[in-house]
Write a protein that binds this ligand. Structure first.
Ligand code: KIV
Length: 318
């Protein structure tokens, strides 16, 4: 199945079909989310907080985005991959923005980029879209401006700020953005924006009336058991499950219950007997060849890797 396109997302809006979106930052998670049928994934700069452990998204670099987007692109076949432009990549000038976006598109090969801001980034959005780079906008709470907004607060609650938000979305649409994230916007304002915009609105903490919804995958999977932002819901308790699994593993290792024969490789007992008897390495090797009837295939005498050697698996689709 080919990848989802920006145009297909617009068609989903036209059909009234909701657009589910999640963040992804690594290869195995991307495989799982792609196999689950998510049409669009975001390599968000939220990685700064949920993967790298920073207090904000500000330290994330273009290199960080590229490295993680490469993994997500490799792990997916179907989803449209959006890579965030991190803080510092687009604030200086449209030329800087273009350079950062081109690097990301060339080195990681996502299908689109996202950047925060409304009218103030419209010129950059226009330049990117004219260069053939699909752009997703992001308004409402923009985490890269958290020092100016004074925290993670709902945006657009007054008539003046609500009008500004409507103008921002109109400017992004006019500049060619194919969709826009509405973060922490009152639900009825998000509804109005969604009714007025011809491009899909993707909410987070913005109620049920957006065309789609995006969430940080760590939040919905319960990877931070003690932290649940109001706008999220745990669909799994992977944090608790991982802690229990790690405790069970550590206990088995301590009690010599793991690994067992099932996880261990066998050797002809004659080889060990020869080694214990103090024979030279040369005679042990010749015993191996004689016992297996094989000549070692590699220079270190280990032979070809067996089926249980490690190789990154491909996900089963469907
Ligand atoms: O970086 C991110 O994860 C985001 C979403 C919250 C929309 O921008």
């Amino acid at each position: 199945m080919p990848r989802v396109t920006p145009d297909q997302l617009r068609q989903m809006k036209a059909r009234g079909e909701r657009i589910p979106m999640l963040t992804a930052y690594d290869y195995p998670t991307a495989q799982i989310l792609d196999a689950a049928g998510l049409p669009i994934l975001l390599v968000g700069d939220s990685m700064g907080m949920v993967v790298l452990g920073y207090p904000t998204t500000l330290p994330v670099t273009v290199d960080d985005i590229i490295r993680h987007a490469q993994a997500v692109v490799r792990g997916t076949e179907h989803a449209l991959i959006v890579a965030d432009l991190p803080f510092g990549a687009f604030q200086v000038s449209p030329e800087d923005t273009m350079r950062a976006a081109i690097r990301i598109m060339k080195e990681a090969q996502p299908q689109a980029v996202k950047l925060e801001g409304g009218r103030r980034v419209a010129a950059s959005v226009r330049a990117l879209t004219e260069a053939g780079i699909p752009v997703m906008g992001h308004v409402g709470l923009t985490p890269q401006s958290v020092n100016a907004t004074g925290g993670w607060r709902v945006q657009g609650k007054t008539e003046q700020t609500a009008r500004a938000l409507l103008d921002d979305v109109a400017a992004l649409e006019d500049a060619g953005a194919f969709a826009v994230v509405l973060e922490l916007v009152p639900a009825e304002l998000a509804r109005l924006v969604t009714e007025r915009a011809s491009i899909p609105t993707i909410g987070i903490g913005s109620g049920l009336f957006c065309d789609g919804e995006v969430q940080v995958v760590h939040d919905i999977m319960g990877l931070f058991p003690d932290f649940t932002p109001r706008h999220t819901r745990h669909y799994a308790e992977l944090g608790a499950a991982m802690r229990e699994a790690a405790q069970a593993y550590a206990a088995d290792v301590r009690e010599r219950k793991f690994p067992t024969a099932a996880q261990s490789a066998k050797i002809d007992p004659a080889v060990i007997e020869a080694l214990r008897a103090g024979d030279s390495a040369g005679s042990a090797e010749s015993t191996e060849s004689a016992a297996s009837g094989n000549t070692p295939a590699s220079a270190d005498g280990q032979g070809e890797p067996e089926a249980d050697g490690y190789a990154p698996p491909r996900a089963k689709k469907g």
